[in-house]
Design a protein around this ligand. Structure first.
Ligand code: PML
Ligand code: MG
Length: 256
């Protein structure tokens, strides 16, 4: 589902479901778009396709929630995490300018991890699609996340997207800031870092946000875009690791 008001992105959602569940999720996505805090969309596009061929099965990333005293502390944590992942200072600054000063873009920007340059393609942003859960893994994750008080639907949706993205060899890591004014938790994710949630990543009421994928210089762009947009990926195994702690605790766990 993709909802927009002119050029301004309102809401987007993706999923892979058994045929018996398609109707229920289609209605849920339309309701989400129609009741969105970013405003009433001028158009809603709902596309339903049969998945052909065998999906790739992956494990979900472990989840760490990084405690913080406020926006300034969280912005520092974002910089530290991206630095730990190996993103250059040029690329960090470029990403910060994209996700902390603008909003309303559907899809993710792709930046080179060294130069911070956006990839030279006709499209400015890329939409990750065709990802979901096997039924048993979905129930297992619901149970696990709710036992830690993390049952918000966004966490599960962002975790499946981040897990698909992290599985791509060409992507070093991802930064996400929701552009919904009432949602102030973002994340930095990679195969090595896991899915690191950052509360207070922006001020309450702010409509800035976006997604950035940091791409290795040797990227085969066509293959990567095909994987992100078109290859079906299902999570069939859930990482049981759910942690809470500050950035120092995270860094020592990461380095051990
Ligand atoms: C979004 O829904 O716009 C992205 C939310 C990302 C953060 C989800 C979380 O709380 O882990
Ligand atoms: Mg949103």
């Amino acid at each position: 589902m993709r909802a927009a008001d002119g050029q301004r992105h309102i809401s987007g959602a993706e999923g892979i479901y058994d045929d018996g569940q398609v109707y229920e999720h289609a209605i849920r996505f339309i309701q989400r778009a129609m009741g969105h805090e970013r405003g009433l969309p001028g158009e809603i596009h709902l596309s339903i396709e049969k998945i052909e061929g065998k999906p790739i099965f992956i494990k979900s990333l472990p989840v760490w929630t990084c405690s913080s005293e406020g926006v300034e502390c969280s912005r520092g944590n974002v910089r530290l995490l991206l630095d730990m992942a190996g993103v250059s200072h040029f690329a960090i600054e470029k990403a910060e300018a994209l996700v902390f000063t603008t909003g309303g873009k559907a899809g993710a920007f792709m930046l080179d991890i060294c130069s911070g340059q956006g990839l030279e393609t006709k499209k400015k942003t890329f939409r990750v699609s065709r990802m979901g859960f096997q039924a048993e893994a979905s129930l297992r994750l619901d149970k696990l996340l709710s036992s830690y008080g993390l049952s918000h639907y966004r966490i599960k949706e962002a975790l499946v997207l981040a897990s698909k993205v992290a599985f791509a060899d060409e992507v070093l890591c991802e930064l996400c800031v929701s552009d919904d004014p009432s949602y102030t938790t973002g994340y930095v994710a990679s195969r090595r870092l896991g899915y690191v949630r950052i509360p207070h990543i922006k001020a309450l009421g702010s409509a800035v946000g976006g997604r950035v994928f940091f791409i290795k210089p040797t990227v085969n762009l066509e293959r990567l875009v095909n994987y992100l947009e078109s290859v079906p990926v299902l999570i069939n195994e859930i990482s049981e690791n759910v942690y809470f702690g500050d950035i120092n605790e995270f860094a020592s766990a990461y380095n051990s």
